[in-house]
Design a protein around this ligand. Structure first.
Ligand code: PMT
Length: 401
C-alpha cells in the first residue's frame, strides 16, 4: 500500500556506523510511495558509499554545498523548501551540537537551518557520549526548538558498550514517519495532564518537594498533541519549555494542582496524573522565615487530597491513567493503586535504581489495566511517551466504543 504517496522526505546522513540502517529506511520509504532525497555529510561517506542511497532512492545523492552538478538538479534552498519532513538518521553527537549551535558548515546543516519544515533527528552514538552533559544539553535545547527526537534505543552498541545510544531500527523510524503524517489517534480528545513536582511551603523561603523534573509529563503532553489531542498541562515548578500547542497552567503546591485539575476534570476525556504530588503538606506554614533556635525542630505534616483518586471518583469521570513511582515491589504496589484509586490504567516506573524515573532523560514503564499489561522498554522519555500515548489511545478507544 502506498501509505506515504506524495510525501517528500529529505534524509540526512551523518558519520555513524548506523548509516547502514538508513539504506533499509530508504528502501522502506520508497516502497511506501515516498519521494526520498538523501544528503550526506563528508564523514557519512566514510561509512557508506553515496551510490548505495542513490540506487535505493533513484536519485543523485547530495554531498556538497558547492556541488555545481547537484545544484543544477535542485539548489540547496530549493531542496530545503521541497521536503515535507527532514530526518537526520543517524545523527551523531557532533551533528547535534552543531545543529543546536546553528552551524552551517556543510550542506546538511545548511539545509536544516534553511528549512521551515519539521526536523527530526535519530541520535546514534556511544552510550557514554549520549550521557555526556554537553550532549544532554544540546538535546534538551533542540527539543525546546521543536526538533523531534526519535530514539535512541538502548542495547548493545557497535563499540561493545551496552546502554542508550543505538539508533532506532529502520522499521521504527519508518513507523515514526508514517505516524507523523497520519491523522492523530486522539483527534478531538480533551486530555488533562499533571506533571512535575509540587512544593509545600514550610515558611516563605523553604519548602518540601521531590526530584521530579517534569520531563516525563512534558514528553507525554507533546506525544498527545502529536496525536491530535487538545492538551491542558497542569505543571508544578520545572525548568522546561512547554510543548507547542499545549495549554499550560502553572501551579506550585498540591492544593493549587488539585484546584486547577478539579476545575477542568469534568470536561476532560482523558486524565493522566504524571505529577509527583507531595502526599503531605506542612500543617501551618510559618508566615515569617523560621529562625534557628534549637538543636532540633519538628514539622507537623497533614495529608494532601489525592487528586487522581478524587477525579476518578467523579460521576462524569474522564478515562483515568495514573503513575506509580516505586523503589521496590513495583507490580504489587502499582496493581494496588489501580484498584484503590479506581483507575483505567496505571504506568509503573521503578525509581532510584538508575534505570529511569526521576530527573533522567530516559525511562521504562510497566503499564497495567484490568485484564492486561504491557512493558515499554527503556528509551528516551519522548519515545516512552509516544508508546504510552499509543497504548492509552488504544485502551481509551476500546473503553469508549
Ligand atoms: O518528572 P520526571 O523527572 O520526568 O520523573 C517522572 C516521574 C518519575 C515523576 C513519573 O514517571 C512518575 O512516576 N510520576 C508519579 C510519581 C508519584 O508521585 O507516584 P505515586 O506513586 O506517589 O502516586 C501515584 C499516583 O497518584 C500518581 O499518578 C500521582 O500523580 C497521583 N497522586 C498522588 C498523590 C496525590 N496527592 N495526588 C495524586 O494525584
Amino acid at each position: 500500500m502506498q501509505t506515504l504517496g506524495n510525501k517528500k522526505i529529505l534524509l540526512g546522513i551523518t558519520g555513524g556506523i548506523a548509516a547502514y540502517k538508513s539504506a533499509e529506511l530508504v528502501r522502506l520509504l520508497v516502497k511506501a510511495g515516498a519521494e526520498v532525497r538523501v544528503v550526506m555529510t563528508p564523514s557519512a561517506q566514510e561509512f557508506v558509499q553515496p551510490l548505495t542511497y542513490q540506487a535505493l532512492s533513484g536519485h543523485r545523492v547530495y554531498l556538497d554545498l558547492f556541488d555545481a552538478e547537484a545544484d543544477s538538479a535542485m539548489d540547496h534552498i530549493e531542496l530545503a523548501r521541497w521536503c515535507d519532513l527532514l530526518l537526520v538518521a543517524p545523527a551523531t553527537a557532533d551533528f547535534l551540537g552543531k545543529l543546536n549551535a546553528g552551524y552551517a558548515d556543510n550542506l546538511l546543516l545548511t539545509l536544516c537551518l534553511a528549512s521551515k519544515q519539521p526536523v527530526a533527528v535519530a541520535p546514534a552514538m556511544n552510550q557514554q557520549m549520549f550521557a555526556n552533559p554537553s550532549t544532554r544539553e544540546h538535546i534538551k535545547q533542540l527539543a525546546a526548538k521543536r526538533v523531534m527526537l526519535w530514539g535512541p534505543a538502548e542495547g548493545e552498541q557497535a563499540c561493545g558498550d551496552v546502554g542508550p545510544g543505538r539508533m532506532l531500527e529502520a522499521q521504527q523510524l519508518f513507523d515514526n514517519i508514517r505516524q507523523h503524517f497520519s491523522p492523530g489517534r486522539l483527534d478531538g480528545v480533551k486530555l488533562l495532564l499533571t506533571a512535575g513536582p509540587t512544593r509545600e511551603a514550610i515558611d516563605p523561603v523553604r519548602y518540601i518537594s521531590n526530584r521530579s523534573s517534569g520531563k516525563m509529563g512534558y514528553a507525554i503532553a507533546e506525544a498527545a498533541v502529536r496525536q491530535g489531542a487538545g492538551v491542558t498541562l497542569v505543571s508544578g515548578p520545572v525548568s522546561l519549555a512547554p510543548p507547542q500547542g499545549v495549554e499550560l497552567v502553572n501551579v506550585e503546591s498540591a492544593q493549587q494542582m488539585y484546584d486547577a485539575v478539579m476545575q477542568r476534570a469534568g470536561e476532560s476525556d482523558i486524565f493522566i496524573a504524571c505529577a509527583a504530588v507531595s502526599d503531605y503538606r506542612v500543617d501551618q506554614a510559618a508566615q515569617q522565615k523560621i529562625k534557628k533556635s534549637s538543636d532540633s525542630m519538628s514539622l507537623q505534616l497533614v495529608l494532601n487530597a489525592d487528586i487522581l483518586a478524587t477525579v476518578s471518583a467523579l460521576d462524569q469521570r474522564p478515562f483515568c491513567v495514573g503513575f506509580a513511582a516505586e523503589t521496590q515491589d513495583v507490580e504489587k504496589y502499582a496493581l494496588g493503586k489501580l484498584e484503590r484509586k479506581n483507575l483505567d490504567m496505571i504506568a509503573a516506573n521503578q525509581v532510584g535504581d538508575g534505570n529511569g524515573g526521576f530527573e533522567v532523560d530516559f525511562n521504562q514503564l510497566e503499564v497495567f489495566w484490568h485484564g492486561g499489561r504491557h512493558a515499554i522498554g527503556q528509551a528516551s522519555k519522548s519515545e516512552v511517551a509516544k508508546q504510552l500515548i499509543d497504548l492509552i489511545a488504544e485502551r481509551y478507544t476500546c473503553a469508549s466504543s
